[in-house]
Design a protein around this ligand. Sequence first.
Ligand code: SAH
Length: 213
Amino acid sequence: MRDTTKHQGLRNQLATTLQEKGITDANVLDAVRKIPRHLFIDSSFEAHAYQDKAFPIAADQTISHPYTVAFQSQVLEVEEGEKILEIGTGSGYQTAVLLELKAEVYTIERQHELFKKTSMFLPKLGYRPKRFVFGDGYKGLPDEAPFDKVIVTAGAPFVPKPLLAQLKVGGKLLIPVGDGEQVMTLFIRKSPLEFEKHELGDFRFVPMLKKKN
Ligand code: SAH
């Protein structure tokens, strides 16, 4: 696992590109400058790791575009020590961003191959979520709820009720909703029964699937 000054230079350029695309959160941009994204993907894509592109990872899944990761991280307005549930660990890149933002992260992945690979890999880089869970993100993580924030990084055909139920009052759920193309949707829990909904533009994610048994 090699990280060089050349990689660092490419990361700085990527952060500038993201800034030009509208990312303003300085902590998110710092995380992009810091995290060695080339180590999260197959070495055959290494030369392109710092372009704003998605790449295949294991189990027919993809690492999200850096812009998408930065956008979701910025919308969440992560504060130090917040308890965050992430659905769709995948490569662990988004997880690493949340950890750089000093959140306490609980992350769920339904593909065993990715769960295994990423739960071994992230700690090697010093990234330690509170929990790696192999399971079904549709159910959330009731034994650790409530959460300050819940972030879904796969395209959900509908909004799973347990994810709304597991938010603190004042908490936020950020979820791309739709088949094929998704609308990035933010729910803010205003009271135990009231949620405010904001639609934040179109994105394209791999689909959120039911757990394989
Ligand atoms: N944040 C990740 C995104 C990976 S793609 C990254 O940037 O690498 C979406 C991930 O969600 C995939 O790893 C996929 O296996 C996972 N996923 C899909 N449906 C899921 C579900 N029901 N529960 C948990 N994870 C799920």
